[in-house]
Every structure is written in structure tokens, then in C-alpha cells.
Ligand binder design. Structure first.
Ligand code: 13P
Ligand code: SF4
Length: 302
């Protein structure tokens, strides 16, 4: 990023009364220019609490949509409107309604990686950071539908010893990591704990030492006595961890885990977004009101 771009962003941020939020998977230069970098839950909470009137959301579409629902009086900008999440598009509201009709007594929980239309059909929303706590609070005598990520869903089911009705969605980035990648990385860095994201399939979670959300990875690296860590998640996480813990070493188990959508946002696009006030992410009011209920349940669970 040139000094010029950074200076213009700083100037426009003041002029527009804007704050820049970035997900842990954003490219390094975008994380570095952001006012706050975090996981999906931290970003949702931050978006709901900021005093600025404009939020430039450096992440993917469902995250900006969530911010718009949680802060209806804010203008939420996504610097690249094509930055979507393929997993979020793996279930439609219509498909969820059909699933609910097959299980009329079930509670419906969606992962935050879902569209606003899907959230509007749900009782609860969660992130990977609070999925276990949220599902654990649900009455044991009720069936629970969990969409769209079957891997996060199976992680929750196995950790809680509770059967969930799952949907076959998945993250196209996390499924690229293999058991062989983990075995090779362990050979290269013996003794370093392997941490994967719960969006990884079960065989990977079993091959790893820990399954943690990106925010939990930061907390783990802080608390741990280890100096080297192996990460099975999107590679943007390495930048976040290296910035926070410059005395520790973080290695990817593979460099294949790149989310092309998270990589669409650049410093120049952030500048363009502030200049043009595009692209504004809006949610229809009737959908937003219904989705807010599920999202309020999400941000309330620590
Ligand atoms: P978290 O940052 O909440 O762990 O989410 C990971 C992810 O895949 C976001 O799209
Ligand atoms: Fe979606 Fe996976 Fe990219 Fe996250 S990393 S935005 S879940 S495709």
C-alpha cells in the first residue's frame, strides 16, 4: 500500500465519520489499515456498538449484511460487492422452510455464514466461536436443525453428544486441507500444536490437537507456553497472529487454504469505497427485523 493511499484513507475516514472493520482472513495490508480486526463474533459485536455512522466492512457479504442488521442506522459499505461466501449460498430460505416443514417441532439454528433470508427463518444464529455454548443452552427435548455447515454442525454434535439435523453445506477453503498436510507439517515442526478451524472435516479435526474459531486461536496463542504453532485454516490468520505475537512462530499446514473471496478486498478498494460510498449493503426491513431476533441471540452468548 502506498503512503498516498493510506493518507487518503485516513483523511476520508474522518470526513465520512467511518470506521474500518476487518476479518482475520483479510490480506495483511487490509488488516493493517483497519481500526479493528477480529473473528465473526467480535466483528458483529463491534459493528453493533460503534459510534461512527459509516462502517467499511472488509470481509464477505454475509458479514456486512449482519452489521447492517445489527446497526440499522449505520451505512455499511463492502469494498467489493462480489466478495461472497460460497457456504452461505449453499442453502436458500426456501430450502430451509422445506427442512423445517419436515421437522415441525425442531428449533432452527444457523451459522452466521448464511444469508439474511436464512437467518430470518431461524430461532438462533451462532458463530464458530459460540456454537457449542449456544446449542448447549437449547432444551434437550427439542430436535435442532443446524445449517448450512455440516462440518461445524458435526463438530457441535460430537462435542455435545447431541444429534443435530444437518445440511450438506461446507467451506470450500477448509476442505482443501488434508490429513497428509497435517502429517507433513508435524514432521517438519515436531512438538508444535496443530490447530484447525471447526469448518474442517472430521478427519482433519481428529488429526489435529485443537479445533478453534479464529478468535479462539488468538486467545490460545496468547495463553500457550509453546513458541511454534501449526495452523489449519485460511492463511490470512497467519498475519493476524504474527502481528499480535511477534516472538512466536506460526506456520500453515498448507498454503492451499486461501479463500478467494476474503482476498478480493485491497487497500485501493477500501479507498474507492470511502470515496464513492459504495457498495452499500442493505437488508429489506421485514427480513432484517426477523433476522435480528436470531442475531441478538448470537451476540448475547459469550
Ligand atoms: P470465524 O472468524 O468466526 O472463526 O469464522 C471463520 C470463517 O470462515 C469466516 O468466514
Ligand atoms: Fe466462506 Fe470459507 Fe471463505 Fe469463510 S473461508 S468466507 S466460510 S468460503
Amino acid at each position: 500500500m502506498t503512503v498516498d493511499v493510506a493518507a487518503k484513507i485516513a483523511e476520508l475516514k474522518k470526513e465520512r465519520d467511518a470506521i474500518i472493520l476487518a476479518h482475520n482472513y483479510q490480506i495483511g495490508e487490509v488488516q493493517d489499515l483497519a481500526d479493528f480486526v477480529g473473528d465473526s463474533l467480535e466483528l458483529s459485536r463491534k459493528a453493533a456498538a460503534v459510534k461512527e455512522s459509516v462502517i467499511v466492512f472488509c470481509g464477505v457479504h454475509f458479514m456486512a449484511e449482519t452489521a447492517a442488521i445489527l446497526g440499522p442506522d449505520k451505512t455499511v459499505l463492502l469494498p467489493d460487492k462480489n466478495a461472497g461466501c460460497p457456504m452461505a449460498n449453499m442453502i436458500t430460505a426456501e430450502q430451509l422452510r422445506e427442512l423445517k416443514a419436515e421437522h415441525p417441532e425442531a428449533l432452527a439454528v444457523c451459522y452466521v455464514n448464511s444469508t439474511a433470508d436464512v437467518k430470518a427463518e431461524c430461532d438462533y444464529c451462532c458463530t464458530s466461536g459460540n456454537a457449542l455454548k449456544l446449542v448447549d443452552k437449547l432444551p434437550k427435548d427439542r430436535e435442532v436443525i443446524f445449517v448450512p455447515d455440516r462440518h461445524l454442525g458435526s463438530f457441535v454434535a460430537e462435542q455435545l453428544g447431541r444429534e443435530l439435523i444437518l445440511w450438506p453445506g461446507y467451506c470450500a477453503t477448509h476442505v482443501r486441507i488434508t490429513e497428509e498436510d497435517i502429517a507433513e507439517a508435524r514432521k517438519q515442526y515436531p512438538g508444535a500444536p496443530v490447530i484447525v478451524h471447526p469448518e474442517c472435516p472430521k478427519n482433519l479435526r481428529d488429526a489435529a490437537d485443537y479445533s478453534l474459531s479464529t478468535g479462539q486461536m488468538v486467545a490460545f496463542a496468547k495463553e500457550s507456553d509453546c513458541n511454534e504453532f501449526l495452523l489449519g485454516t485460511e492463511i490470512g490468520m497467519l498475519h493476524r497472529l504474527k502481528m499480535d505475537f511477534p516472538d512466536k512462530e506460526f506456520y500453515p499446514v498448507t498454503d492451499k487454504a486461501v479463500c478467494p473471496n476474503m482476498k478480493k478486498i485491497t487497500a485501493e478498494k477500501v479507498l474507492w469505497s470511502l470515496e464513492s460510498m459504495e457498495t452499500v449493503i442493505k437488508v429489506d426491513e421485514d427480513i432484517a427485523v426477523r433476522a435480528l431476533k436470531a442475531l441478538e441471540n448470537m451476540v448475547a452468548v459469550l
